[in-house]
Ligand binder design. Structure first.
Ligand code: BG6
Length: 491
C-alpha cells in the first residue's frame, strides 16, 4: 500500500491554553496556565502566587505545589504567555480557513474548561463560553473538518485546585462529568471525536523525573488523583455513548518509546518496568477497564493505598475508550549502568542514543521509534489508534520576502509519516494523524514562542511582541500535497 486507508483523518492539533489567549474575556475563569510565566530551555517556567500573609511568591513550576494557604495569582512584572497566546479566540476564522486550505480532515483542539464552568462547580454553564465553541465548530463544519475535542488539556480550574484540593478530591469526578455531559449535549451533531484528558500519564512522568523530591505522600496523591481521573474519564465515555451513538472517545497518552541501554538483564527489566510505569499503567485502565497486575508492584513500591470503590470498578469496566490516541515526539534510553551523557526532553531523561540526532531542545529524533510504539500498542489493545501529537519544535527564520523554508520540519514529519505507513502495512489500524501545533503556539514546557511546530507561522516573539499575523511556511504547501494525495506523495 502506498496510499493511506480511505478516510484517513489528516490534520493538526492545538490546545486552548496554548493558543486561544483571551484569558479573562467572556466570563472565563482562571486556570493554571494563566499563572505560569514564560521560560526557556535553560530557565524553568515559574508559577506565581500570593501567600497567606499577602506576600507575592514565585516557585519553579512542576517541582512542587504552592505553599499551604497561598492562592495562585497573576503578579505585576511577570510575563504570562497564555494570556494572549496567538489569539485564536479572535482569529479562529482566519486560522480554520488556512487549515481548510491545507485540506485538513480533522482539527484537534481543546475546550477551555473554565470558559464553560469558570470555577468548575457552578450548576449552570457560562453561555458565552458555550457560544464561542459553537462558532468554532460551525466554522469547522463549513469546511468539512471534523473537530477532535480534548475536554481537559492541562487546565483544571484553579478554583477547584484551591477550594477542593484538585483531583485529590473525589468530588471532581462529578464536576468533570457535568462538564463533559454539558459539552456532549451542547455540541451533539457538531463534534463526534472526543479525548477525555490530554496526556493523562503526565503526572507519572513528572513524579519519575523529579523523584528525588518526592515523599510517600506525593506518590499517594499522584496515584489517587489519577484514579479519580480514570473514573471521571470512564463516566464521561459512558455519557458520550448514551448521548450520541456516533461519539468516539479516546484516551490520550504521552507516548515515549523506551529502549534498554544494554543487553544486561537488569536493563531489560528496568526498561520493561519503564513501559509499565509510564505508558501501560494508564492505557491499560482506560482501554481494558481494570488495573493491570503490575499495578501492585508500583503501589507497593510507593506505599500507595488506593481508595477504589465497587462503583469505581464498575465504571472503569463500562467506560473503556473506543480509540487509543497518543502523542509521540521522541525515544529515550533506560539503563542501570552509570553514564554521564544524559539528555532530557519532553519530561523524561535518559542516556544519549549514538544512533540518533537531537532537536535544538534535546529531543531525540526517532521516526522508527514511532513505528515501534504503534506496533507494540496496537498488538496490546487491538483498538484503532490515532497519533494526536507529533512534530518538531524548531526555530524558524523569516526571509526578507516573508517566506519560511522549514525543510527540517518537512523532513521530520515525512520520516514519521513513512513509519506510520509501514506500521499500517504491518497490520496496525491507525485512523488518523494530527501533527502538533499546526499553527505556531506557546510551548507548554518552556513557555517560548520561538519553539515552533506549525505549518502556519505566527508573528510573535518570546516577550509577546509582534503583529500576530499569520503566514504560510514551506511545510504548509508540503502538507497540502500529502493530504491531497492521501499520503502517497511525501516528497
Ligand atoms: C505535549 C503536550 O506534551 O507536548 C502539548 O500535550 C505540548 O501541550 C507538546 O505543547 C509539545 O511540548 P512543548 O513543551 O514543546 O510545547
Amino acid at each position: 500500500m502506498n496510499e493511506f486507508p480511505n478516510g484517513f483523518l489528516w490534520g493538526g492539533a492545538t490546545a486552548a491554553n496554548q493558543c486561544e489567549g483571551a484569558w479573562n474575556i467572556g466570563g472565563r475563569g482562571l486556570t493554571k496556565a494563566d499563572v505560569i510565566t514564560g521560560g526557556s530551555k535553560s530557565e524553568e517556567r515559574k508559577i506565581t502566587y500570593i501567600d497567606k500573609d499577602g506576600n507575592p511568591g514565585v516557585l519553579a513550576n512542576k517541582r512542587s505545589s504552592i505553599p499551604k494557604g497561598a492562592t495562585h495569582a497573576v503578579l505585576d512584572g511577570y510575563y504570562y504567555p497564555s494570556h494572549e497566546s496567538v489569539d485564536f479566540y479572535h482569529r479562529y476564522k482566519e486560522d480554520i480557513a488556512l487549515l481548510a486550505e491545507m485540506g485538513f480532515k480533522v482539527f484537534r483542539l481543546s475546550i477551555s474548561w473554565t470558559r464553560i464552568f469558570p470555577n468548575g462547580d457552578e450548576e449552570t454553564a457560562n453561555k458565552e463560553g458555550l457560544d464561542f465553541y459553537h462558532k468554532v465548530f460551525e466554522e469547522c463544519k463549513k469546511y468539512g473538518i471534523e473537530p477532535l475535542v480534548t475536554l481537559s488539556h492541562f487546565d483544571t480550574p484553579i478554583y477547584l485546585e484551591e477550594n477542593y484540593g484538585g483531583w485529590n478530591n473525589r468530588k471532581l469526578i462529578t464536576l468533570y462529568e457535568r462538564y463533559a455531559e454539558t459539552c456532549f449535549k451542547e455540541y451533539k451533531g457538531l463534534v463526534k471525536y472526543w479525548i477525555t484528558f490530554n496526556e493523562i500519564n503526565h503526572p507519572l512522568m513528572i513524579a519519575e523525573l523529579f523523584k528525588e523530591n518526592k515523599s510517600k505522600d506525593v506518590y499517594q496523591s499522584v496515584y489517587q488523583q489519577l484514579h479519580h481521573k480514570f473514573v471521571a474519564s470512564a463516566r464521561a465515555v459512558k455519557k458520550a455513548h448514551a448521548i450520541d451513538i456516533e461519539n468516539t472517545v479516546g484516551c490520550m497518552i504521552s507516548g515515549i518509546t523506551f529502549y534498554p541501554g544494554t543487553p544486561d538483564p537488569d536493563d531489560i527489566l528496568l526498561n520493561q518496568y519503564k513501559w509499565e510505569n509510564i505508558i501501560y499503567y494508564c492505557g491499560d485502565v482506560q482501554c481494558r477497564g481494570e488495573y493491570p497486575s503490575f499495578a501492585k508492584r508500583l503501589w507497593d513500591l510507593h506505599h500507595v493505598q488506593l481508595e477504589i470503590t465497587e462503583q469505581d470498578k464498575k465504571d472503569l469496566k463500562e467506560g473503556c475508550v473506543d480509540i487509543y490516541t497518543f502523542s509521540y515526539y521522541m525515544s529515550t534510553i533506560v539503563t542501570t549502568h552509570p553514564n554521564e551523557d544524559v539528555v532530557s526532553g519532553n519530561y523524561s531523561s535518559g542516556v544519549r542514543n549514538p544512533y540518533l540526532t537531537y532537536s535544538q531542545w534535546g529531543w531525540a529524533l526517532d521516526p522508527k521509534g514511532l513505528r515501534y510504539y504503534i506496533e507494540k500498542i496496537y498488538d496490546r489493545y487491538k483498538i484503532p489508534l490515532m497519533i494526536t501529537e507529533n512534530g518538531l519544535g524548531a526555530m524558524d527564520h523569516v526571509e526578507a520576502d516573508g517566506s519560511i523554508h522549514d525543510t527540517y520540519r518537512i523532513d521530520y514529519l515525512r520520516e514519521h509519516i513513512k513509519e506510520i505507513k509501514v506500521a499500517i502495512n504491518h497490520g496496525a489500524d491507525v485512523i488518523g494523524y494530527t501533527s502538533w501545533g499546526c499553527i505556531d503556539l506557546i510551548s507548554s514546557s518552556t513557555g517560548e514562542m520561538s519553539k515552533r511546530y506549525g505549518f502556519i507561522y505566527v508573528d510573535r516573539d518570546n516577550q509577546g511582541r509582534g503583529t500576530l499575523n499569520r503566514s504560510r511556511k514551506d511545510s504548509f504547501y508540503w502538507y497540502q500535497k500529502v493530504i491531497q494525495s492521501n499520503g502517497s506523495n511525501l516528497l
